[in-house]
Design a protein around this ligand. Structure first.
Ligand code: ADP
Ligand code: MG
Length: 698
């Protein structure tokens, strides 16, 4: 069987004025299994076009080519690498060696692509180099350091190293002087004893001496065939099946990375910015809630609030009128959510606060707030907030704690340190009671306490309101022991102010429509931050919670902006990486074309650029991690200084969602995806460019 058969092949190009131009016209040729067959003709006669068709670098407009009886058109794209690896070797006029690699590497490469181990491949490459007369001392030179004749011999060594069945040579002596030309021709002649060598040349004189058969081409048509020798047909052993191996691509992406170091540095710089943004934003999302909570927890009465009930008064649909009433005590006591977390206490604010004055030495200090906490005992207050003095050991109205704002204020008013000093708290409330007999009974609640300031707590700076904290339990005792004399006399038994508040109707002014709730343990305060719903139209309100929630809303709004910004920077970095790999790929297009005819797969070539981008990605990732840890510290410091939130950004390197080290793994995955998309998409779009033209260009 013929190795190669060309049947009715034409190649038609469109000229500028849309006319058909036949570069080849109806070619019919049979080739033997061995011998040197030359195709000669003037420049422009179609020789290279024909050779490109045989080399599968181009496809015919009409007709068909057959390799070992199999039509070229039946070769799928996937099968071509194997065709180049085993069946065909190509030698070019302009050598098409990889300039930045050594002589030995150039010849070893086709074998590496075939999946042959490096040692074995080098051994075979040395044999091939020996065959074309390249000396050992030339092996480690770059091909650009060799003379033209030497380069062409390296080109031949590379083409024959995989023992192809056909060797195609397009003007192999075109750029050589006469003595080098003769050397090359001698080598090709030798090779043609074992395989088919097809040689294209315009130098009939040189070719005539060596050729077994000469095909004359003129204006795209075969004009004459001279068969000078009868060729003996030899059997060709079937080619070994190659196992693909992409290890060799590493040789390229590493050297490409070095070659384009400055550009890669720039790409990495852009990526570092975008990755760091991404890491910091993750840190922000991870840290914000905790940071807000931790900051807001710096309020001594965080666990105090009041619970009231909304009752529908009238109206339907759009118009709904409600009023606040005090929930019944049983309703609260039967509510597990409430009793698990809170102490339920009566609210004395109407009585206590109506005419409250706080004085030092008869001098009123109006700015001070008198606020209840449940008790000074351990579980009720966060003692870490104390900065001066102490928290009272027992609940007594005689000892109070103030916050730092109150401390500053009092210090200014009295001209000395407030801790240890006494204040007087006064309140007077008049209660008028109308009996069933329409009799008026008046009782006066006369509260006057001399209290000693024993400690100072440091609270959140946003608040800047001056507070005195007293024990609600002590106040309750006081209300228990204060008897309403006139009402008691009327009723014939003792009624304390405590009883009076408790037994008042739930919509009476004196109940202030609510009960006070105090957290049983200040460490439960997390549960307050998550919107707790007690059901039954009960609503819990607390100053501290209001502040926490408004801070959260503010940060949430900021979050949208930050995320949008990150997405933009992410898209930007993908584009930059994409453009960079596209530019790099375009620069190396010739190398890619060379790798293609040496039998590398599309995937291998893509791997080279993926590899380069991946190094970029990895370097950027490491730098980003370092950079963002640094930024995390700086930004947190600035934020803390300005708005008091501490550790707003907490990059979850160690653990995320409770899973250890998941964040770095996710980051790596993210980088892999970015690198893969940004590199492969632009390259896939440009893949269909013509290999043939790249190889013929100088
Ligand atoms: P040569 O015998 O010198 O190797 P070629 O095979 O390179 O000749 O070219 C044969 C003819 O086809 C020439 O006239 C050339 O201009 C034309 N040709 C080759 N490639 C193209 C192309 N891509 N588009 C249009 N014309 C082409
Ligand atoms: Mg040519």
């Amino acid at each position: 069987m013929n190795t190669l058969k060309i049947s009715n092949v034409s190649k038609i190009y469109q000229t500028k004025n849309k006319k058909k131009f036949y570069a080849l016209k109806n070619i019919n040729l049979d080739f033997p299994n061995n011998g040197l067959v030359s195709i000669v003709g003037k420049s422009g006669s179609g020789k290279s076009t024909l050779l490109n068709l045989i080399a599968m670098l181009d496809s015919p407009s009409e007709g068909e080519l057959y390799y070992m009886g199999r039509s070229y058109s039946s070769f799928k794209r996937k099968e071509k690498p194997s065709f180049y690896q085993n069946e065909i070797g190509i030698v070019f006029q302009n050598f098409n060696l990889i300039q930045e690699k050594t002589v030995l590497y150039n010849v070893t490469l086709p074998l590496l692509i075939k999946g042959i181990k490096k040692n074995k491949a080098e051994e075979l490459a040395i044999k091939a180099l020996d065959k074309v007369g390249i000396k050992v001392d030339q092996f480690s030179k770059l091909t650009s350091e060799l003379s033209g004749g030497e380069q062409q011999r390296v080109g031949i060594a590379r083409a024959i190293v995989s023992k192809p069945k056909i060797l195609l040579c397009d003007e192999p002596t075109g750029h050589l002087d006469i003595s080098n030309s003769i050397k090359v021709m001698d080598i090709l002649k030798g090779i043609s004893k074992e395989r088919l060598v097809i040689l294209v040349s315009h130098n009939l004189l040189l070719v005539k001496e060596y050729s077994d058969k000469i095909i004359y081409l003129s204006n795209g048509e075969v004009t004459k065939i001279d068969g000078r020798h009868k060729l003996k047909e030899i059997d060709i052993e079937p080619s070994s099946i190659s196992k693909n191996n992409s290890k060799w691509t590493k040789d390229f992406f590493l050297s490409n990375f070095k070659k384009r170091f400055k550009r890669n540095l720039f790409t990495s710089f852009c990526l570092v910015i975008s990755f760091s943004m991404f890491i910091l934003v993750s840190g922000f999302i991870n840290g914000k809630d905790k940071s807000i909570s931790n900051t807001c927890y710096r309020q001594f009465n965080y666990g105090s609030g009041s619970i009231s009930k909304e009752e529908k008064v009238s109206g339907t649909g759009m118009l709904n009128l409600t009023k606040s009433i005090r929930p019944t005590i049983n309703e609260l006591r039967n509510n597990k959510k409430i009793t698990n977390l809170f102490e339920i206490c009566p609210n004395f604010s109407t009585i206590l606060y109506q005419n409250l004055t706080i004085c030092y030495d008869e001098q009123p200090i109006n700015e001070l707030d008198y606020k209840p906490i449940y008790s000074f005992k351990n579980d009720y207050v966060d003692s870490s907030l104390i900065i001066d003095g102490y928290i009272p050991k027992a609940d007594s109205l005689k000892e109070v704690v103030i916050n730092q704002f109150a401390k500053e204020l009092i210090k200014k008013k009295i001209g000395k340190e407030p801790v240890g000093e006494y204040l007087t708290i006064k309140s007077k409330f008049t209660n008028n009671y109308v009996t069933e007999d329409e009799e008026y009974i008046t009782d006066i609640f006369n509260f006057e306490q001399s209290v000693r300031i024993v400690g100072v707590v440091k609270e959140l700076n946003y608040l800047s309101s001056e507070k005195i904290y007293f024990s609600h339990l002590a106040l309750e005792d006081y209300f228990h022991s204060s008897i309403m004399f006139n009402l008691s006399t009327y009723n014939g038994y003792d009624i304390s102010w405590f009883d009076y508040v408790i037994n008042s109707p739930d919509i009476s002014i004196i109940t202030s429509y609510s009960y006070n709730l105090f957290l049983k343990d200040y460490r439960f305060r997390d549960t307050l931050v998550k919107d707790i719903d007690f059901g039954n139209s009960l609503s819990f309100s607390s100053e501290s919670l209001l502040l926490t929630n408004s801070l959260k809303d503010f940060v949430d709004v900021a979050e949208y902006g930050i995320i949008l910004f990150t997405i933009i920077s992410f898209v930007g970095s993908v584009l930059i990486l994409g453009i960079m790999s596209f530019v790099s790929y375009s620069e190396d297009r010739k190398t890619s074309a060379i790798l293609t005819f040496l039998g590398s797969r599309d995937k291998d070539i893509l791997d080279i650029y993926l590899g380069e981008s991946f190094i970029n990605g990895l370097i950027s990732l490491v730098l980003s991690i370092v950079f963002s840890i640094l930024l995390e510290k700086i930004i947190n410091l600035i934020i803390h200084k300005n708005i008091e939130l501490s550790n707003l950004i907490q990059i979850p390197f160690i653990s995320l969602f409770g899973i250890k080290f998941i964040f770095p793994i996710l980051l790596l995955l993210f980088v892999v995806i970015v690198v893969f998309l940004a590199t492969s998409i632009p390259i896939l779009f440009s893949k269909f460019k013509n290999v043939k033209e790249e190889l013929q260009s100088l």
